[in-house]
Design a protein around this ligand. Structure first.
Ligand SMILES: *Cc1c(COP(=O)(O)O)cnc(C)c1O
Length: 367
């Protein structure tokens, strides 16, 4: 079977984890946490990194540090993973949805302004599948309406917008290190920022809001989102290899594009000239061929694929939360109905991509 995404750990992971175990530092103290935070922040080009238990909790922590609360609204893309919306709901604020645009499938920056109200406090762009959002437009709107910008960069380690790394394109940014992400710790996440005050608030929220002096007086309802030294040990080793892993994702995408050149039924995510897409996933959209039929036929051939996201406006949990489910989201609907991921992990081999491309071409030609 060719899996949709398996992790690659070919650096110092084992060595560092063993060191953490043998020195007995297995919990939320130990040298690897700070080393990982510093190394990853440096990789992104920011001053501060705060590692937490996963990407969803990174978003919750960042939103909390920005003071987002009940009664507020946060603008998010309709086409994203549920975690982006959930994190907003955890604060009590309402997520407000904006449709994707048809080229990069990111939030349509021409449709944001019409969703801004007196309650809007922040915009959370998501760099979908590793393609950066159009950040200049988003930051202009943020300035005009005095909003905060939180990047959900869970899928976009190392991606660049006009030569600048994701993670320093807004006020604060969040990454995920889940097993299928470009850098992984098994489960893990990180918040990065250049703002010292925000970084301090994130540190406090992450750990019960103990504050600087551990005097058991708590100014806010904090969380326990502390990452372990064991996970951080893996994270440090992975970050040392970040450049290599990002290049592997890009190389895989090039191989797919070559292998599937001229196949009319397949649409790839477009890469804008100002963007460096890191291709977390090789997502495609079908034209004139049934998506479910293709996925079943690929499965028969031992090739694993996955559906793309269902829009936030179609999520029962967000409706129950009291979200505004009205409006039309035609691009999201198109992606949900016709899109899928192909195998995409960093460990994917060129021969495997060849098999996938040839199988795809064969199935599509048999219509
Ligand atoms: C993976 C992902 C997250 C959540 O990360 P976890 O580590 O799984 O909690 C958030 N947003 C997006 C866009 C993601 O793809």
């Amino acid at each position: 079977m060719i899996p949709v995404c398996s992790p690659l750990m070919n650096g110092n992971e084992e060595k560092y984890v063993l060191n953490a175990m043998r020195t007995n530092w297995i919990s939320s103290s130990g040298k690897y946490i700070e080393l990982f935070e510093n190394e990853f922040a440096k990789y992104c080009g920011t001053d501060y990194g705060i590692a937490v238990t996963n990407g969803t909790n990174a978003l919750h922590t960042a939103l909390s540090a920005l003071g987002i609360k009940k009664g507020d609204e946060v603008i998010i893309p309709n086409f994203t993973m549920i975690a982006s919306a959930n994190a907003v709901c955890y604060t009590g604020a309402k997520p407000i949805f904006v449709d994707a645009e048809p080229r990069t499938w990111n939030i349509d920056t021409n449709k944001i302004e019409e969703k801004i109200t007196s309650r809007t406090k922040a915009i959370m762009p998501v760099h979908i599948f590793g393609h950066p959002c159009e950040m200049d437009k988003i930051n202009e709107l943020a300035e005009k309406y005095n909003l905060k910008v939180i990047e959900d960069a869970a899928e976009a380690h190392g991606a660049e917008y006009k030569g600048k790394r994701t993670g320093k394109l807004g006020d604060i940014a969040c990454f995920s290190f889940f097993a299928n992400k470009i850098i992984t710790t098994g489960e893990g996440g990180m918040i990065i920022t250049n703002n010292e005050d925000l970084a301090e608030r994130c540190m406090s929220f992450k750990n019960m809001y103990f504050g600087k002096e551990r005097n058991y007086v708590h100014e806010e309802i904090g969380f326990n989102y502390r990452i372990s030294n064991l996970h951080s040990a893996i994270g440090l080793a992975q970050t040392e290899k970040a450049k290599e892993y990002v290049n592997l994702r890009i190389k895989n995408n090039n191989l797919y594009k070559e292998g599937l050149k001229g196949v009319e039924e397949i649409i790839f995510q477009k890469e804008e000239p100002w963007a460096k897409n890191v291709y977390w996933m090789n997502a495609i959209v079908l034209k004139g061929f049934n998506r479910d039929k293709l996925m079943n036929k690929l499965k028969e051939k031992g090739i694993e694929t996955r559906l793309l996201f269902t829009g936030m406006n179609k999520q029962p949990c967000l409706k129950k939360f009291g979200g505004d489910m009205s409006g039309e989201y035609p691009i999201t609907d198109w992606l949900t109905k016709n899109g899928l991921y192909l195998p995409s992990g960093s460990g994917l081999k060129a021969e495997e991509i060849k098999i996938v491309c040839n199988s795809l071409k064969k199935i599509l030609s048999e219509k």
